[in-house]
Design a protein around this ligand. Sequence first.
Ligand code: 2AM
Length: 484
Amino acid sequence: MTDKCDIGLIGLAVMGQNLVLNMSDHGFKVAVFNRTVSKVDDFINGSAAGRTIYGAHSIEELVGMLASPRRVMLLVKAGQAVDDFIEQLIPHLDPGDIIIDGGNSNYNDTIRRTAYVESKGLLYIGTGVSGGEEGARHGPSIMPGGSPAAWPFVKPIFQAVAAKVDDGSPCCDWVGENGAGHYVKMTHNGIEYGDMQLICEAYHLMKEGLGMSNEEMHQVFAEWNEGKLDSYLIQITRDILAFKDENGEYVVDKILDTAGQKGTGKWTGISALDMGIPLTLIVEAVFARCLSALLEERKEAAQVLSGPSSTFDGDKAAFIRDLHDALYASKIMSYAQGYMLMRAAAQEYGWHLNYGGIALMWRGGCIIRSVFLGKIKEAFDKNPDLNNLLLDDYFKAEVEAAQAAWRRVIAKAVELGIPVPAMSSALAFFDGYRRGRLPQNLLQAQRDYFGAHTYERVDRPRGEFFHTDWIGSGAAAISSTYTA
Ligand code: 2AM
């Protein structure tokens, strides 16, 4: 090695190795290190052989191999391992050097770490990297946040290795301060939960409601992937439905119906609850996984509890067209809710989020990549201050056009007893969001009745609170005495 390396990477699991190979494809010189040091030599002598990739056998050696300002990226297990490496790196780094965490860290940790690393005179980046091992190798979606001053030094590398959309724009841009990058990555994962659940509900309706074969469903998803729903998840669903094992049998039918989760959907839901944002579709998607995991309980219940015995007797082709629109409209609700969440988080944490840029970052490289995200980008290009996606002319018209079909699908699902928690909660959200008056006037009355929580009035300015003596006791109950 003659010159110093452009970047150092710690953590040589498959993601780390693939990202390093990707960086070397783009002409960057990369120094690598791993806790289990033998993996460094295995990599250097294996898939990294003959490339601009150089092994280090200690943190000190790694840091010594880097050009200034040094850029050290961690791709290690989220949690304590990140804090441990930060501690090990700090004594070897100089002011202005940059530590980058590319793992699936919780944004709260990234907020804390940014402040801590900055307090040592260094810069910090916490970045979402999406697209799995394949994405890391050939172009992930990269969502960096942290110390804004670090971005110009990382930008050329990240934008070179990131996925590109049709016009060549990279799926990587600056997201915002401290934990913003990991927050946006978390929201991406929540939206991914929602997209997957919506597809599963469509599958359930086709399979159980219409009695369709895997081959027929494969055809439907193949068609859907040619239109507005064109996306990675629809595409892999198409392929999964047609996939047969060595015995010529469909693999999907042999898979146990109990879903796992790593927690990012749950984090998204918790954040929404904390901030009071109705992220109903994603939360329903998390709960749908939870319900699926109660496998034994469900099997027992299936022996005892029955539902409607009606079967579908309508026009199947028409219903499939309706189902397309129901999925599409529900997806619009999910993204509208996701953007509501990010907007609230930006306010809560003081981030300056680039909403159109986020749509572009998700447009390619990641699991939720889709043509649809191009439309979201357009909506924010048209109006960067767009308050809600549903108020954009394009999406407003799309929902209007899909609305009747969406309602028919939900009604039919209810009639057939097939659960569609994401699609139906999306519709309930839409019907609530578009109403100037909801029944919570009654709820406020109830709260005031039993707990003297007070209420505001339609005929008085906001901020004036009233209490009614509902039971005529005359006693001025105050809510602080309410303990039920
Ligand atoms: P290893 O190869 O030594 O296990 C993904 O698991 C990556 O994170 C691997 O590079 C792994 O290193 C690293 N890793 C996991 N837990 C770690 C820890 N507690 N400290 C340091 N590195 C860790």
